[in-house]
Design a protein around this ligand. Sequence first.
Ligand code: P6P
Length: 339
Amino acid sequence: MSDPKSLRHFMEEQHPQDMHLISLLMHLTMAASELSVKLASYPFGQMNDVDCGINVQGEMQGPMDVFADHRFMLHLRASGSCCAVISEEQPEVVRMNEDLGDTAGPYIVALDPLDGSSNVAVNIPVGSIFSIYTRKDKDKMLSNVDYLQRGEEQVAAGYFLYGTTTIFVYADAKGVDGFTLDSLSGEFLHTHPGIRIPASGSTYAVNDGNYHLFRRGTQNYVRFCRQQTELGDVPYSARYTGSMVADVHRLLIRGGVFLYPGTTTAPAGKLRLAYECNPMAYIVEKAGGLAITGTERILGIEIKSIHQRSPIVIGSAQMVMTAGHFINPILPSLHELHL
Ligand code: P6P
């Protein structure tokens, strides 16, 4: 294998005219590199056991959540290419470069700065997830028209997975590619060209502890996974980390299915549409997979608020369709879903 090219070299080849997109990605990777170093030194931190309060989600915010949000905001502001950020850790949209007015840059970023952060203290991989949208009209004030765009309007999406290595998976209209952080050079190098998700797999990821709260169709599917599958009378293997990025990355590379369904107590499920479901759905579908709520495609959902939640079933298309038909027997066909 020839020496892998750097992310900058890759982006300059893919988007030679879009300096704003290149700047945005380079600044996102700078923030992720800093977060990777901070996570690796987590046990030596002084503030790690201090709770920083409750975020807009009603979830405990740890120091790493605050650090991650701060570093991504700082680099996105410095990029000169981002006019607004929707963050899991911020109650409202954050406008970038107010002093520049609305000329701060053409892109809007929806961001989960540190997904699965409760796993940091037990050394389980965590991630960062982002979507990139183009502002609708640079001659008009930013508004919900810019912030509340459907997932299919994404320009690009990506995630960073801080695991045994730090990997960056990036998707746009040209496909899905993976880059691994070289700790010696500090560069993200192109190690996974042209990622395609396998048509099927042998693992399913779901929080089985919620089984009693699942609707009947979802319970029937989970029992199907445990007993017999498309593989015949061979059950799938259960793999669930509590970090969506880690669970989705596994299925992107090996095939499989991940579910965070609605329950009787939380019909919309837990995961957020703007900065978890939509970016992951965009990446997996660009790699040839599928992402649905159980009744419709994730990327087609009309988004009404920046922290809106959605059920999600995502992964290898065949497996997602099987799950969908258990959850919703009148699920449209794969062809109709992709229309
Ligand atoms: P539960 C992490 O908090 C997260 O947002 C995803 O990364 C993960 O898949 C899910 O929530 C885990 O939620 O309810 O199973 O602990």
